[in-house]
Design a protein around this ligand. Structure first.
Ligand SMILES: Nc1ncnc2c1ncn2[C@@H]1O[C@H](COP(=O)(O)OP(=O)(O)OP(=O)(O)O)[C@@H](O)[C@H]1O
Length: 299
């Protein structure tokens, strides 16, 4: 038995001479949150469409909860939140969600508790036309939560939201994952998925160029770590002379070191004793890693 809800093996999709996806292997387990990253045209939408059974693969295999995408069993197991989610503007939130509930084979009364859960109870009986973008996105997540799907495919779920609304939305996504839903989030927003997902997959030119935890991506990329020291008054010159690196903002010194040299470098910094007032260690962020991996395929 496997815990993997989404299994993708050697998957390929061509449109005539255009290869949208080639030789992709990917697995997503129950309760896992996967960020699917890639430039425009990298193949993210193609992968989502294949998982929904809207298009057929040209090569390889894909299964959702053990079933063929598009089959009755796979559709029952899958929730999808498109990037530009559209509702009936003249329905109230409660009416719209009750409609979705019935379409998903759930009773209409499931709408009330779900609206409460996503923080929309106060607006449930107002027409959606009067709602903000953040409220609509939350309604989209509520719709995706209906029937406790085994797989949720979310396309840019936080696009156009302010930081507070984004935070609330990711908290709901976390709840879905905690209840066992495997969540795939296609996104361009690197900094937010960095903290809110378990694994990161990067598509470049239709190929999967990375698929790992943030820690795993960092280890394999072996990109430099940035150490920024704040020297005691008047000591910046001596600190730089003893450690190298470059001066920033007068009192600070910045050093870049390879991951395997980090502990040695920290030892040398500690040996400077009172010359150093403060220290900040910054490993490469997802933005730098993304550039590294998505550039791998380029000449
Ligand atoms: N029906 C089609 N016919 C021809 N080419 C297509 C078709 N559908 C997709 N493609 C091509 O396949 C590639 C992958 O497209 P896809 O929409 O999956 O990218 P994406 O990663 O979702 O991009 P975006 O971030 O812009 O949504 C692109 O080069 C696209 O032009």
């Amino acid at each position: 038995m496997t815990d993997d809800v989404l299994i993708v093996e050697g998957l390929g999709k061509s449109h005539g001479p255009v290869t949208a996806l080639a030789d992709v292997d990917l697995r997503l387990a129950a309760g896992q949150r996967l960020a699917l990253l890639g430039h425009n045209g990298a193949g993210k939408t193609t992968l989502i469409k294949l998982a929904l059974g809207l298009i057929a693969p040209s090569a390889g295999r894909i299964t959702v909860a053990g079933a063929r995408p598009g089959s009755r069993a796979a559709r029952a197991a899958t929730a999808y939140l498109p990037e530009a989610v559209a509702f009936h503007a003249s329905l109230t939130g409660r009416e719209q969600l009750a409609l979705f509930a019935r379409l998903a084979g759930e009773p209409a009364r499931a709408a009330g508790p779900l609206l409460e859960r996503v923080g929309l109870a106060h607006a449930a009986d107002r027409r959606i036309r009067t709602w903000s973008k953040g409220m609509r996105q939350r309604l989209g997540i509520a719709q995706a939560m209906l029937g406790r799907p085994r797989l949720a495919l979310l396309d840019e779920p936080a696009s156009g939201l302010d930081p507070v609304s984004r935070h609330d939305l990711y908290a709901l996504i976390d709840e879905m994952a905690q209840e066992g839903t495997a969540v795939l989030i296609a996104s361009h927003a690197l900094t937010e998925v960095e903290a809110r997902t378990d694994r990161i997959a990067i598509l470049s030119g239709g190929r999967l160029v990375a698929n790992d935890t943030l820690g795993g991506l960092r280890a394999r990329a072996a990109m430099p770590i940035r150490l920024r020291l704040v020297a005691r008054d008047g000591a910046a010159e001596e600190v730089q002379a003893r450690l190298g690196g470059r001066r920033v903002n007068g009192a600070s010194v910045e050093i870049l070191c390879a991951p395997q040299e980090k502990m040695d470098t920290l030892g040398r910094i500690a040996a400077l004793g009172p010359l150093v007032a403060d220290l900040e260690v910054t490993p490469p962020g997802l933005e730098a890693l993304y550039r590294h991996y998505s550039g791998e395929e380029k000449p």
